[in-house]
Every structure is written in structure tokens, then in C-alpha cells.
Design a binder for this molecule. Structure first.
Ligand SMILES: C[S@@+](CC[C@H](N)C(=O)[O-])C[C@H]1O[C@@H](n2cnc3c(N)ncnc32)[C@H](O)[C@@H]1O
Length: 231
């Protein structure tokens, strides 16, 4: 993807090259190719989701952050765990489908465990009731993971633990966002989850679609797994 100084136009072209309709294997190979440029490009995109999710978790988490077990799902290069570390969390495990992204995560030295897993096609490779915090940033959107992955995150969360999720709220992702919210409402109604906070942010990241300008909105969701088990 070139070694000249990157511009926002380069970033737009890369992101638009990953068509929404591509399947999980093609999506992960897209990330394999993008990995080395990813952090430089998301800085140009003014991608705020890792920081926003971190602030949400850090402000609501009750307990000892240093010993809390955190699972960073679709961890990419490690941006979310890096921010959580700055807020006092220390025990990280990560999962991602892309070998190249995982290799960059590995180099951060942040993670005790890192697993390669093609979510949506393969089960989340962790034990039930294990994590105090599960965070998934930048991977719940049309063309990325199916909303059904939330069920797997729920199983892996300790009773009373937190699940933090983000999604975009721009036009192309509205159906996905509605499906995600419907599932969260169902799980809340079934008393498997309780809602802690839902925060809409207008300037989530810079718009890349031709029909959009400025910034697109997004949402940070924080839910808590019920203390009583309903497995
Ligand atoms: C936009 S990046 C977000 C990375 C990181 N969470 C962040 O906020 O910087 C999306 C990540 O999801 C991963 N991903 C996409 N589809 C996946 C799948 N089916 N299974 C596992 N990981 C997937 C990609 O490899 C990529 O690392």
C-alpha cells in the first residue's frame, strides 16, 4: 500500500476497496494487507473509537483494574488494550482473524495470550465465565462480524462482568446498528444483560464515503452480564 507519506485520500481508497459484501476470509486478507499502514491510516481517519471505549470502561468499571481480566476481541494492532493500559488495566488477552494484525499486537508485549480466530465462522476460543471485561471496537459493523458474536462474548464474560461494544451510526450501517440494538434489547429483556451506558458521539471518525462529508457518528455501548447465570 505504498511507502510515500500517506494522505487522507489514500486512506479513503483503502477503506473503500474493502467492499461491504466481501466474506470474512476476504475481509481478514484485506486486514493482512493493510496491517503495516493501519495505525498511520486510522490516525488520519481521526478514529476515536479505541479512546472512547476505553474512557467508557474506565469510568464505569468497579473493581481492581490491575487484576481484571480483559479480552480484546478483534484486537487488531492493539490500540484498545494500549489505551486501557494507560487507564490501569494490565491483564490482556486478544483475538483477531488476521495474522498480520496479530503479529503487530504481539510486538506490543501487552497481551498474555493472543489467538487467531475467524469469528462468525469459528467459535471464540475461550472458556465461559472468564473475563471481567470484554471489549470489541471497530469490528461490529456491516461487512465485519455478525451481531450473533455478542452471544459468544456473553458466554465468555464473568457473571457481573462488562461487555463494551462500538458501532458506526452512519447511513450505511444503520440496519446493522438496529440489528445489534435489537439483540441487546432481547438479552436485556431476558435478564442476561443489563445496560450500563449507551453514548452517541457525532464526530466518531472522518467520513470516507463519497456521499458523506465531515465526520460520521458512532455509538459506545456498555453492558453488564447478569450475576445470576442463565446459561
Ligand atoms: C477496524 S479493525 C479494529 C482493530 C482494533 N480493535 C482497533 O480498534 O484498532 C477490525 C479488526 O477486526 C478483525 N476482523 C475482521 N473480521 C474478522 C473476523 N471474521 N474474525 C476475527 N477478526 C476479524 C480485523 O482483522 C481487524 O484487526
Amino acid at each position: 500500500m505504498g511507502d510515500h507519506k500517506r494522505t487522507f485520500t489514500d486512506v479513503k481508497n483503502v477503506i473503500l476497496s474493502a467492499h461491504e459484501e466481501i466474506g470474512p476470509r476476504d475481509k481478514v486478507s484485506f486486514y493482512n494487507k493493510w496491517a503495516e499502514q493501519y495505525e498511520e491510516d486510522v490516525a488520519l481517519l481521526e478514529y476515536r473509537a479505541p479512546g472512547l471505549a476505553t474512557e467508557c470502561i474506565a469510568s464505569h468499571f468497579q473493581g481492581d483494574k490491575g487484576s481484571a481480566k480483559v479480552l480484546d476481541v478483534a484486537c487488531g494492532t492493539g490500540l484498545v488494550s494500549l489505551k486501557l493500559k494507560d487507564r490501569g488495566f494490565q491483564c490482556f488477552s486478544g483475538v483477531d482473524g488476521s495474522d498480520a494484525m496479530l503479529e503487530l499486537s504481539r510486538r506490543t508485549g501487552l497481551y498474555q495470550d493472543l489467538w487467531q480466530c475467524l469469528l462468525g465462522l469459528e467459535p471464540l476460543p475461550v472458556q465461559p465465565d472468564t473475563y471481567d471485561v470484554i471489549v470489541i471496537v471497530g469490528a461490529l459493523s456491516v461487512g465485519h462480524l455478525p451481531v450473533s458474536v455478542i452471544e459468544e462474548l456473553w458466554f465468555a464474560t464473568k457473571p457481573g462482568g462488562y461487555i463494551c461494544m462500538t458501532t458506526r451510526a452512519n447511513a450505511d450501517n444503520l440496519q446493522y446498528k438496529a440489528d445489534l440494538e435489537l439483540l441487546l434489547e432481547e438479552m436485556t429483556r431476558d435478564r442476561r444483560l443489563s445496560r450500563v451506558s449507551v453514548t452517541e458521539v457525532q464526530d466518531w471518525e472522518r467520513a470516507v464515503e463519497d456521499h458523506e462529508t465531515g465526520y460520521v457518528p458512532g455509538v459506545v455501548y456498555l453492558y453488564r452480564k447478569a450475576l445470576a447465570k442463565h446459561n
